[in-house]
Design a binder for this molecule. Structure first.
Ligand code: APR
Ligand code: ZN
Ligand code: ZN
Length: 362
């Protein structure tokens, strides 16, 4: 059987998104049909619409979602109809060279649904990062469904599926932030603020938020930043040194995705410190680092894909922290919107007015 529902589609590079009829097949073996209940509007959705991720238009957008399982295909034992789940865009295959070496968070063959969703005229859709959450029904691989405690509401749970996990994991999984560490986070959007909150939870002593927007710095303080730097006014490298007894931070997290902020993070570190790059660069960007500085400073430069998350391990931890009042996920939600409002949400995102707009699906 097929289901005809509504979804938000980017038809052409740069064109405004539109609401389209989407045809979703019943789940094949290993697949799950999910009714997304809430899905955050993430920067990556906008990157898709702008053609910065690929050219496989039309895209069915949305990938930061939580919802309810409607139906499961043959052989699916991990979830059943009625279960509440957070959708992950990493579902380790268990068989690639990375999985077999015990590093499933680097899985090179992450699973997605094998059947395609389509437009009404039969055109195949590409689901954003294999999720397609701005849609009344979506089809995913069973491994993408991480069961969630039903006490957490869908709007905040969905955020764990992308931005919050990326920022939290950048600090804790990739950066290894621990008790007593000093940390600087460049870019205090949803990802950066999650890195700040995670650093505080991990016991960091000094947590410095850097941004060029005063509102973002205020929110960063609400998430626990002990200090903030307005990089439009003050030199972040000098200010971070001054705040850390002249030495720099143990872990500098870049959550913007630009060469200038990467270099600031690079030079804000103490000797043998770690730079984590979680901001996503575009293909035109280049770095020019004096090789002696790279060598002489020691330490590590570590890209963080999806916060090096293993969703089945990490999502329940974040849900638990939230339910115990230690991770205020509701503060990431700037507004709740309808499925028809995604284009307007992109505009508000561009103007820096929101951390996250969350699409609610009845
Ligand atoms: N210095 C400091 N902060 C900056 C600078 C700069 N030069 N330029 C932009 N920023 C800030 C913005 O003001 C904003 O607060 O970076 C922040 C980026 O946040 P968002 O736009 O909300 O993006 P977010 O969802 O947090 O994602 C951050 O991670 O996943 C990737 O693609 C995503 O590259 C993006 C990054
Ligand atoms: Zn995302
Ligand atoms: Zn694998």
């Amino acid at each position: 059987m097929q289901h005809e529902v509504r979804g938000v589609v980017a038809r052409r590079k740069g064109a405004p998104v539109s609401m389209e009829k989407v045809v979703v097949p019943d789940p094949a073996p290993g697949e799950v049909l999910v009714h997304p209940r809430a899905c955050g509007v993430c920067h990556t959705d906008l990157h898709y619409r702008e053609g910065a991720i690929g050219d496989s238009f039309p895209y069915l957008l949305g990938h930061e979602a939580a919802g309810t399982v409607e139906a499961v295909g043959d052989g699916v034992t991990t979830v059943k109809p009625g279960d509440d789940v957070i959708l992950a865009w990493r579902a380790p295959c268990g068989a690639c060279r990375s999985c077999l070496r015990g590093r499933p968070w680097y899985c090179f063959d992450s699973r997605n649904a094998t059947q395609r969703m389509r437009l009404g005229d039969g055109t195949e859709l590409s689901a954003a990062i294999g999720v397609g959450g701005f849609c009344e029904l979506t089809l995913v691989a069973a491994g993408q469904c991480v069961p969630m405690d039903a006490r957490i509401s869908h709007d905040v749970a969905g955020l764990i599926g992308c931005g919050v996990m990326a920022g939290y994991g950048a600090a804790v999984n990739t950066g290894g932030v621990s008790r007593g560490d000093t940390v600087a986070v460049f870019g205090c959007g949803g990802v950066g603020d999650a890195a700040i909150a995670a650093s505080v939870l991990a016991g960091a002593g000094v947590v410095i938020g850097v941004d060029i927007d005063g509102r973002k710095l205020e929110w960063a303080r609400e998430f626990g930043a002990t200090h903030t730097v307005d990089a439009g006014r003050d030199d972040p490298v000098e200010t971070i040194r001054a705040l850390t007894g002249g030495v720099g931070v143990d872990v500098a997290i870049e959550a913007v995705g630009r060469p200038e902020t990467f270099m600031q993070a690079f030079y804000s570190r103490d000797h043998a410190g770690t730079v984590v790059l979680v901001g996503v660069p575009d293909p035109s960007m280049r770095l020019d680092i004096p090789m002696l500085e790279l060598f002489g400073r020691g330490g590590a430069i570590r890209p963080s894909w999806y916060g090096d998350a293993l969703p089945t391990r990490d999502f329940p931890v974040l849900v638990d922290l939230h339910l115990r009042g230690r991770l205020p996920l509701e503060r990431f939600v700037s507004d709740h919107i309808g499925i028809a409002d995604v284009e307007a949400a992109f505009e508000r995102m561009r103007r820096g007015e929101v951390l996250r707009s969350v699409v609610m699906l009845a």
